[in-house]
Design a protein around this ligand. Sequence first.
Ligand SMILES: Nc1nc2c(ncn2[C@@H]2O[C@@H]3COP(=O)(O)O[C@H]3[C@H]2O)c(=O)[nH]1
Length: 784
Amino acid sequence: EEYIIANVRLETLNRWCTKKRSQLQNDSVAGEGKRILEKETKSIYNNSELLFEKISTGNYLHPLYMLCSHLQTSTMSTSFTFYAVGGTCDTIHLYNPELPQWQNDPPPESRTSILPSYPVEEGGTVASHVASTQQSVTIDDITMDERFPKGTSTLESAAVSVMCLPVALPNGDLIGVVEFCRAWHNAEYTFETLAMAQTTLTWATMAIDKTQVSSGLEQQNAMSNFLLQVSRTYLDDITDVDNIIQHIMRFAKTLVSADRCALFLHDKEAGELYSNLFDNGEVMDGKSVFSKKTELRFSVTKGIAGASVRTKQTLNIPDAYSDPRFNRAVDKATGYTTKSILCIPIMSNDEVYGVVEMINRKDGGSFTMNDQNNFQMFAVFCALALRYSKVHTRLQKDQCRHAILKEKYFYHSQYSKADYNELIKAQKDDETFVLPPNFDRFHFSLFHLDKKLMSYFINMVIELAGSGSHLLPSANVMTDFILTVRENYRDIQYHNWQHAMTVTHAMFCMLKQNLEIFDEVERYALLVACVCHDLDHRARSNQFLQKTSHPLALLYPASTMEYHHISMAKDILGRKESKVFQNMTNEEYEKAMYVLKEAILATDLALYFGNRGQIEELLTQGEFDFDNQQHRTSAIGLMMTACDLSSSAKDWSVTRQNLLDLHYEFWEEGDQRKKLGIKPLLPMMDRALEEDLAEGQVGFYSNVSIKCFESLARVLPSCEPLAIRGKENLGHWRKEAEIVKEKKEEKRKIAEKEKQREERLKQEGLGLTLRGGMWVVEESRPTS
Ligand SMILES: Nc1nc2c(ncn2[C@@H]2O[C@@H]3COP(=O)(O)O[C@H]3[C@H]2O)c(=O)[nH]1
C-alpha cells in the first residue's frame, strides 16, 4: 500500500479501479447469463422438433436466428442482428423473420430498407468485416473504433460495445454473421462471454450440419427416384413437353423451398424473353398450377433472367430489389413481391433455350449453395425436355408437310381419265390385251410400244400369278397402279418408263421358265419391284447426288436412288386406289414387301459385285441352295442386275440405241460435273471422248454384263440366252471398237503427214529445199 501510494499516479489508480469494478460486474453478468441460458435451453428443447423440421428442409436460418435471440439474453446484450450470407457469398443481408413486414409482403419501395445487403469486405461495417475475415471481434466502443468507420450499420444507435461472430458450418462454409450490442451504460464484452457465444454457435452449426447431411441423403434419394420416374414416364413419350416441365418445376420448387417459379423462354430472333410457364401461386389437388402468360415479354437486356441468358450463368440473388439488374416490371404486372431469386439458364449445345427462376425462399432467406446444386441438375432435365420438344415439334411439322406434299404430288402426277378408260377397255378386249408372239424371249424388243406396255404389265402379272389367284386385285386397282407408276417416271432419255418395262419383261421371261422355283407371291412381288425399280429417276448417278449433297443423298447416304425408288414404290402401294397387294394375307404382304425392297436395292450396281462374288463361291463349292433364304435373296439380286442390264442382250440395233440413250444421260451429267468441278470425270461421261464409246462397252460387257449373265445361267440355266446374245453384241462392240481404232490410226497417219508438210512449208519459206534427205539452200534464191 505504501509502495502504491508512493509510486502510482492517481489517474492510473482510478483506471485500475474502473477496470476492477467492470470485471466484478461482468462476472455477475456471466453468472446471471448461465442461469438464463439454462432456462433458455429448456425453451430450445421444447421447440426442437419444429426447429429440426425446419433445418431438414434446408431452412437453418430461422433456428439460428432463434438461438441468437436466446444468446442475446444470456450475454446480457441490449440487441442483436443476424445477417445471412448471400448465395454467391459476396454479400450479407439482414435476416429478421420477426419483423411484421416479413410476414406480409411489404410494398417494394420499403423493402430495401428492411433487407439491406452489404458487400463482404474488410474495413466496412463490423459484420462485413467478420464475414470477410471469418474471425470474431469484440469492440469496447464502436463509436471510437477507427477499424470500423461504418459502425454496425444497424438501426441500433445506442450501441457502444459490440461482439460480432461468424456462423460457419464445420466445413468452413460461412452461413451467417451475428452481431450483439450493449448500450453505453453496460460493460464491455469479455473473452468469457465471447467464448460462451462462440461455443454455443459451434454446437448449433454442427447439429445443423449433421441434420442437413442426413436430410440431404433423403433428398438425394427422393431426387433419384423422381428423375427415374420422369425419364421413364415422360421421356419415352415426349408429346406433352409442357406437362414434363411443369412436373419437373413442381418438384424443383419443393426441393429448393421456393414460393413461386417461372420458366421464361428465349426468343432469339426478337432478343426477348417471354413467360412460358408462370406460377401465380394457384394450387389444385395439392399441386401448383402453372399458366401460360406469353404476354409477359421483355428484352434480354433486362432483369436477372436477361442477365442469366446473356452470361449463361446461374444467378443467386438474395435481395432482388437491391440488385440494379432486377426488372421490377414483372412484379408491377403481377402484384407479387420478389425477394430472393435463383435463376438458372436452360442450355443445350451452348444454346440458351430460356431460364427457370425459383422465387422467394419460403424461409424468407436466400437460396443456398445446396439449393443451387440441386436445381442445376433439374436445369439439365428441363433442357433435355425442351430440346426433345423442339425436335419433336419440328418432326411433327415435317411429317405434316411431307404428307401434304405427297398428296399434292400425287394430285399433280395424275394420269388422264381417257388413259384409264382405254386401259380398262383393253383388258376386256382380248385381242389387244393378248401378249404378242415371242414375248417370252429375252431379246423381244419393247421399243415404241409405250401405252401398250401397261396392258402387257397387267397381262404378265395375271399370267404369272394365275388368272384366278386370290392375290390379284380388281381391274380398277391394277389399272390405277400401273398408270400411276408410269406417271412417276420422268421424261428422260434412258431411266424412263420404257426402261422399267424392259427390266420387267426380262424378269417375266426368267420367272416364266422357272415357275417351280418362285412362288406366286414372289413372282408377283418381283414384277412389281421391276416396274417400280427406277421410279422418279433423275438421270443422275448416286455418286453425283452424293458429291453435290443432294437432299436425297443426305436422306440415303448409300444406294441413294435405290432407296428413293423403294420409298416411291411404297408410297404408290400405300394409296388405297393403287394397293395392288391388298388381297394378300399379312404374311404374304410382309414377304412381298421384303422381296420388293431387296430386289430394288440389288439394282445398285455397286452392290452387284459383292453379290455375284458370293454366289460364284457358293456355286463353286456346290453349296448354293434355293431353300436357303439368304441364297435365294442373293439369287433374286443377281436376277435383278441381269434384268437391269438386259438391254445388252437385245437385237444389235436395239442394244446400240439403248446404249446411246444411256450415254445421253451420262454426258449430261458429265457436262454438269465439268461445270461444278466434280471429280472424277469418268471417261464414259465425257462427251469429248464419244469416240471411245465402243471400246468402253467392250470393257463393260467383258467385266460386268456377260459375267452377270453367265453367273445367272449357272443358277438358272434357262437364262443362258442372255449370255449368248450378250456375247454376240460384245462382238459387235469389238468390231466397232476395231473400226474406231483403225480410223484413229488412219487419222493419226494423216495428222503425221500434215505435220511433216507444215514443217516442209516452213523450211521452204526460209529458202531451203529437201534434197537427198537433207535440207539445202535453194540456189536460185538469195541467201540472206
Ligand atoms: N457402260 C455401260 N453401263 C451400263 C450399261 N448398261 C447399264 N449400265 C449401267 O449399269 C447401271 C445399272 O443400274 P442403273 O440402271 O441405275 O444404271 C445403269 C448404268 O449405269 C451399258 O451397256 N454400258
